[in-house]
Design a protein. Structure first.
Lengths: 455, 424
């Protein structure tokens, strides 16, 4: 029997009303600038382990956050109760906190006009209709995909799927109101060797948005994992490295910080960070993009952001505040993170990072990186200061003929972040887009100079 | 909230759930971001919600809502029951806990919510200024977090537990050419926690007032705080939490690890866990062997270490008041890196090598400090020797932010000497 989880009483109209009520109360209190962000998130999660539905849950989070700016200082408060009294209390708290804060420099202000891009058509319509039953079935499909490949039962099979529907409304006094509803789907296929004492590494995760092909995710996970049974230890071996799409997505999910205007170590505009063929974009309205959205979390209209063109940094990601601080045009990159975005003031975040290059195909790139390693995924990606560290795994040696040969144990890589971009010698613009990064793979000229840890 | 939880229990039983747990939560929250010139950002708020876990046969379901209306909660109950009926987790059946009523309030000497807000800001600002003196950073930023959690757990077998837990947390970041987290601490209690942190920070930074150096050393001394970070974040999880790849042999045979939420003087005092199981001490590691694991009642019949991040999440295993004690002690070396505070870069190479980052390491030569440096440190568990240090005082370890709340996970641990097996 399909589980109905829709039809909850909350609608975009009700969220709009809550936001408007908060702004109205703030103005009544005498606030010169006020903004309300109201959100409703409904999430479904399901995990299937070795054929059984192991875990499933639903969460439903509703609330409104209020930001008040007065004489350049900011106060923020929130409530998850949408009654008139609780909203008014939250507004009063925000006002009080604003009075206790010092003016920022330059003085903080809020946007003067809001706008919205249309992205509705870019979502897979099946995702918008997903329910608990289909989330569970998708998790089962992933596990079936693993078990289909794993004829000898050598693997633990795990499939997890998460669907999130987000409705949000941003109302800024005198600037307008915008609302939107989007749904996102994430899947994870995990195959683990039963016999391997180091099996915590013998996994392969997949994340897809806009695709409901769980069986394919599962079988890829199983094939990758089974190939690791006889993974050899790799001696300390500097050499070229081919980063496949998933590895690149994992790395860029951390490395984007170098384009974050609020981050102390961000790159400078006009700085040459890569070869002339290299371009990096953040396409906030990409069709089927994992994070596509019509406006950012301050209500500014989104679009295509060209971060790097011809190897040169051309734009930094900003929210409204950081654009003011650095005297830049806002890029509409405000993000309120977490399952309760109404509790957070806007930070900066990327949406759909893509790396464009010279369109080499994977075969050519393998030949160009022979003698090195082909990295399928990157784990434990961290940016410590300006040093990028990650563990390359799963990874394969690339033979002298330019083909994948034997799998290798995890290789620890540590490389200055600027060197990472400088050493990109080729980028495959794959036909199949990958969430987070739409290029399929990049090749690094050499990991020489990067410290390879202990294999 | 209590009335709503009772209604939810009855409704779940009407819908056929065999065993139902209802979690209610109200959390008050104040978050200040402070730079040396003042509070640059402040967030205050309250959130509440209800989580419903139901069991049916060997299945379970979990549903939560922060939309506190009768209709919304009933809807969450229905969804939870349906999911329980549809699932099966390894045929384990969670047996109900017998009913009892208990109310626990964590000790708090001074409620920070009652403090004059201007006075509070003044004190926090003074701490930010003190911290900024020790760094050469262009900007020092302090994050002050104050929480007041009020949770209830009710079951259809008569369990009625309520726990009130205030906590205070401080982190300090330095922004120069890059970003560094240079201090992080916090624990259960009221404003007195902040005062204790202020004292700790002053003492902590006194050890660190040195200019930078390129000098190198062979061995490493981890302060109790750093030792706790290293063991509890990176080493123990592979061994004491049940997983498909957990081991029985512990790679550091000189260490004993005890987890004891019953210690009332401990910051992690929890007389019952988030499934309602009465707490008891557990010897986790002894003589190079993993003696027991930390579990919930879904994982074995005992459980006792269940912690729920908040009402959205189901409880999972977590430690509390964990102490790391060395059974072998050695004297302090002459040349060493003193690591007062560290954070994890992750465990690479299948957990054999643990990578740590220590932004404020003091280098000692001939027994005297010669300067300070940032250190990235790899500890190879298969090659390293770790012992306690004669005469070094025990100290408080680390505490972790866990969702909206704070969980104290270590205290009164030994400082440790790490020899051999380090790579950089």
């Amino acid at each position: 029997m399909p589980f109905s989880w829709r039809g909850e009483p909350l609608t975009e109209d009700q969220l709009e009303s809550a936001a408007e009520m908060a702004v109205f109360d703030a103005e009544k209190l005498g606030a010169r600038e006020a903004e309300a962000y109201a959100s409703s998130i409904r999430g479904l999660r399901a995990e299937v382990v070795d054929g059984y539905l192991h875990y499933s849950s639903i969460f439903n989070e509703v609330g409104v956050g209020i930001r008040i700016v007065e004489d350049g200082a900011t106060g923020f408060s929130f409530t998850n109760s949408l009654t008139k009294k609780d909203i008014r209390d939250a507004v009063e708290r925000a006002f009080h906190l604003c009075k206790s804060s010092r003016p920022d420099f330059p003085p903080a202000t809020l946007p003067k006009s809001l706008g919205k891009n249309q992205i509705g058509d870019s979502y897979d319509p099946r995702i918008a209709k997903i329910n608990v039953e289909s989330v569970v079935n998708l998790a089962k499909e992933i596990v079936d995909g693993i078990m289909e490949v794993d004829k000898k039962h050598e693997l633990h099979a795990r499939g997890s799927v998460r669907s999130v529907e987000l409705i949000r409304a941003v109302d800024t006094a005198g600037a307008g109101i915008v609302t939107e509803s989007v749904t996102m789907l994430q899947g994870l296929a995990r195959a683990t060797l039963r016999s391997d004492p180091l099996s915590s590494w013998s996994e392969w995760d997949g994340v897809r948005v806009g695709s409901l092909d769980g069986a394919s995710e599962g079988s890829t996970a199983a094939e990758n994992c089974l190939s690791l049974k006889n993974a050899s230890k790799l001696a300390d071996k500097p050499g070229p490295m081919l980063l496949d799409k998933q590895a690149l997505a994992s790395i860029m999910s951390v490395a984007w910080r170098v384009f974050d205007a609020s981050w102390g170590g961000h790159l400078e505009l006009g700085h040459q960070i890569g070869q002339p063929f290299l371009s990096i974009y953040d396409d906030e309205v990409a069709p089927n993009g994992i994070s596509s959205r019509g406006f950012d979390d301050e209500g500014l209209k989104t679009g295509l952001i060209r971060l790097v063109e011809s190897g040169t940094v051309t734009t930094l990601l900003t929210n409204y505040r950081w654009a003011q601080k650095l005297k830049l045009n806002p890029t509409a990159s405000a993000y309120r993170y977490g399952d309760r975005p109404f509790t957070a003031s806007p930070q900066i975040g990327p949406t759909n990072i893509s790396i464009k290059g010279d369109n080499e195909d994977l075969g050519e790139m393998l030949k160009g990186t022979r003698g090195g390693i082909h990295v399928i995924d990157a784990r434990n990606v961290k940016l410590i200061g300006k040093m990028l560290t990650f563990s390359a795994f799963p990874a394969f040696e690339i033979s002298n003929t330019g083909e994948d040969s034997s799998p290798v144990r995890p290789v620890d890589i540590s490389i200055p972040i600027e060197q990472f971009f400088k050493r990109i010698i080729a980028v495959e613009s794959g036909k199949k887009e990958y969430p987070g990064v739409s290029a399929s793979a990049v090749a690094l000229s050499s990991s020489r100079g990067a410290r390879v840890g202990v294999p | 909230m209590i009335e709503l939880t009772s209604d939810a229990l009855s409704y779940a039983q009407e819908h056929g759930a065999e065993y139902v747990e209802v979690r209610g939560e109200t959390t008050e929250f104040l978050d200040l971001l402070v730079e040396d010139r003042g509070v640059v950002h402040s967030i205050g708020g309250i959130y509440n919600g209800v989580g419903i876990r139901t069991f049916y046969g060997s299945g379970r379901g979990y549903s939560s809502t922060s939309f506190i209306t009768k209709t919304s909660i009933e809807r969450a109950v229905e969804e939870s029951v349906r999911m329980a009926r549809a699932s099966n987790f390894n045929a384990t059946k969670v047996k109900p806990i017998e009913g009892r009523v208990e109310n626990v309030k964590a000790p708090m000497k001074q409620d920070p919510r009652e403090l004059d807000s201007q006075d509070k800001v003044k004190e926090v600002l003074a701490l930010a200024r003190a911290a900024s003196k020790v760094t050469s950073a262009k900007l020092t930023r302090l994050h002050y977090l104050e929480l007041y959690e009020d949770r209830t757990l009710a079951t259809n077998y008569g369990l009625r537990l309520r726990s009130i837990k205030p906590s205070v947390y401080v982190s300090i970041e330095a922004y120069g050419d890059d970003w560094q987290l240079i201090y992080e601490d916090g624990y259960v209690g009221g404003w007195e926690v902040f005062k204790q942190i202020r004292k700790d920070v002053d003492e902590f930074y006194e050890q660190l007032v040195f200019s930078s150096t390129d000098a190198e050393a062979e061995s490493v001394v981890l302060s109790p705080r750093a030792a706790s970070n290293f063991l509890i974040d990176d080493v123990l999880p592979q061994y004491v939490f049940p997983s498909e790849s957990s081991y029985d042999r512990f790679p550091l045979p000189n260490l004993e690890v005890l987890d004891d939420p019953t210690r009332e003087s401990g910051y992690g005092y929890m007389p019952f866990d988030d499934e309602g199981v009465k707490a008891e001490p557990i010897q986790l590691v002894a003589s190079g062997k993993v003696e027991r694991k930390l579990t919930t009642r879904e994982l074995d019949d005992y459980g006792g270490r269940a912690r729920a991040q908040d009402f959205i999440h189901e409880p999972g295993p977590a430690n509390s008041n964990t102490r790391v004690v060395s059974i072998e002690k050695t004297s302090m070396p002459k040349d060493f890196y003193y690591v007062p505070f560290t954070y994890s870069l992750g465990s690479f190479n299948s957990g054999e090598v643990i990578w740590l980052y220590s932004p404020l390491t003091v280098v000692y030569k001939g027994g005297a400090p010669v300067g300070r440096k940032a250190l990235r440190l790899g500890i190879d568990l298969s090659k390293v020797k770790v012992t306690g240090i004669e005469g070094e005082p025990k100290g408080f370890g680390c505490l972790r932010k866990f969702g909206g709340g704070l969980i104290p996970i270590a205290e009164e641990s030994d400082a440790l000497l790490v020899e051999g097996g380090t790579v950089d």
